[in-house]
Design a protein around this ligand. Structure first.
Ligand code: NAD
Length: 248
């Protein structure tokens, strides 16, 4: 087991990529805090992990709300006594045309996708600094590197922000033994992409050398690498998981 005794918080882990990450880290021995804005979904993930014989706790919090995030960290410390791993996965999608993006929608996307990463990271820094150990992984997106293709400019800009935030956190936290990296998935088969129009999916498929979309577990395995000791000398890196769509 690669993560025995470690404590991990995975945001947005009620379904999709976050659920796969929570299950994968649990399988390697980490105690998992399953965060989601949807408590029922988080509890469902906890049930799956417990059925596998591992420890997990569901905590409802909106990652864009500082009070709720701080309370989640407090509850995590009360339950498990330390925080070794934070995976900032929670996110919301938009495919709105640029001229139709309202100010309200822009703010919500930025609040959840970008400010949420800042708030959750800020909330664990003190604990990780005291431990002189921590691993933070942020889930950005291919859209954050190449601009919105089908996704909206608001979504793409928020994810580009996550890339820069990752590098800034990596530089500032490195002296304290805290590694900060990100993963930029391409198209992954989850509820987020399920309802994309057929022609959009077909057009993407033509540009993916591996000829298929990714699975949540294929993102989760890269998270596992980034939170395990195998990646101790990697920080500030953005790893593509996109079937070869973008090779940079
Ligand atoms: N699916 C893809 O193709 C893809 C590609 C690139 C990046 N991503 C990113 O991966 C992450 C996970 O995506 P997914 O496909 O699993 O999405 P999803 O919509 O299936 O799951 C997202 C989860 O986050 C939760 N969530 C939403 N807002 C929240 C908030 N404010 N606080 C806490 N939880 C919240 C949702 O309830 C849901 O359970 C997102 O950040 C997404 O932008 C996904």
């Amino acid at each position: 087991m690669k993560l025995k005794g470690r404590v991990a918080i995975v945001t947005g882990a009620g379904r999709g990529i976050g659920r796969a990450i929570a299950i994968t880290l649990a399988r390697e021995g980490a105690n998992i805090v399953v965060n989601d804005i949807d408590l029922q979904a988080a509890e469902e993930t906890v049930k799956i992990i417990k059925a596998m014989g591992y420890e997990a706790l569901a905590i409802k919090a909106d990652v864009s709300n500082k009070n709720e995030v701080d309370s989640m960290i407090k509850k995590t410390l009360e339950a498990f006594g330390r925080i070794d791993i934070l995976v900032n996965n929670a996110g919301i999608f938009s495919s709105t045309l640029i001229e139709n993006i309202t100010e309200q929608q822009w703010n919500r996307i930025m609040d959840v996708n970008l400010k949420g990463v800042l708030l959750c990271s800020q909330a664990v820094i003190k604990t990780m600094k005291n431990q002189r150990f921590g691993k933070i992984v942020n889930i950005t997106s291919l859209a954050g590197k190449v601009g919105g293709i089908f996704s909206g400019a608001d979504y793409a800009a928020s994810k580009a922000g996550v890339i820069c935030l990752t590098k800034s956190l990596a530089k500032q936290l490195a002296p304290y033994g805290i590694n900060v990296n990100a993963i930029a998935p391409g198209v992954i088969e989850t509820d987020m992409t399920k309802y994309w129009p057929k022609e959009v999916k077909e057009s993407f498929l033509k540009q993916i050398p591996l000829g298929r979309f990714g699975k949540p577990e294929e993102v989760a395995e890269v998270v596992l690498f980034l939170v395990s000791d195998a990646s101790n000398y990697i920080t500030g890196e953005i790893i593509d998981v996109n079937g070869g769509y973008l090779m940079d």
